[in-house]
Design a protein around this ligand. Sequence first.
Ligand SMILES: Cc1cc2nc3c(=O)[nH]c(=O)nc-3n(C[C@H](O)[C@H](O)[C@H](O)COP(=O)(O)O)c2cc1C
Length: 190
Amino acid sequence: MTILHIDSSIQAEGSISRALTATLVAAIADGSDEHVIHRDLTSEAPASVNPRAGDSAAADEFLAADVIVIGAPMYNLSVPSRLKAWLDSIAIPRKTFRYTDKGPEGLSGGRKVVVAYASGGFHHGPEEDFVDPYLRSFFRLLGIKDIDVVRAEGVNISGEHRARAIEAANVEIAGIVARIREERRQTVDA
Ligand SMILES: Cc1cc2nc3c(=O)[nH]c(=O)nc-3n(C[C@H](O)[C@H](O)[C@H](O)COP(=O)(O)O)c2cc1C
């Protein structure tokens, strides 16, 4: 199994999304020899892509992964610009999705996406949250139905809020990882 680990927080130290993606990747890999590729989008900018060229190393890397773990801090209600650039680099017509007369069709199904979302406050609903619904819509466009978003919210309100949010996120992570392990066990047994 190949895990693609994407981080996009501008904070190298003390980043909650980075801590959560690290926990997720370690728990999913579970000490085995899973192939993990880590891309820190703040130290390596995604290559600028001309989607019409139909070619992107980032899209190939994405398609080679079984599980994609993404750190997504909320920046000004949306995703960090480097993360948006990475998403742009994997949305390649006729490679990861295509348009048909019946609407868009995803070509990247069968993968799992787990997002670790962190926000300083609380933003819910279509007029305030352009992270969680956007990422779900984006990956559905590519054909991925198995999407989990772990939310650590309100982390800048107080130390207590931050601690509670991290604790709740870790409980969610434990549930997601247990499900992934169970699915893998069933695949191996089949
Ligand atoms: C440039 C910038 C913009 C931010 N915009 C928002 C925002 O719109 N809403 C919010 O709740 N928090 C916002 N925050 C707070 C971050 O979402 C919060 O600190 C989160 O923990 C960042 O993720 P990280 O801990 O992985 O770095 C912003 C932080 C930065 C640096």
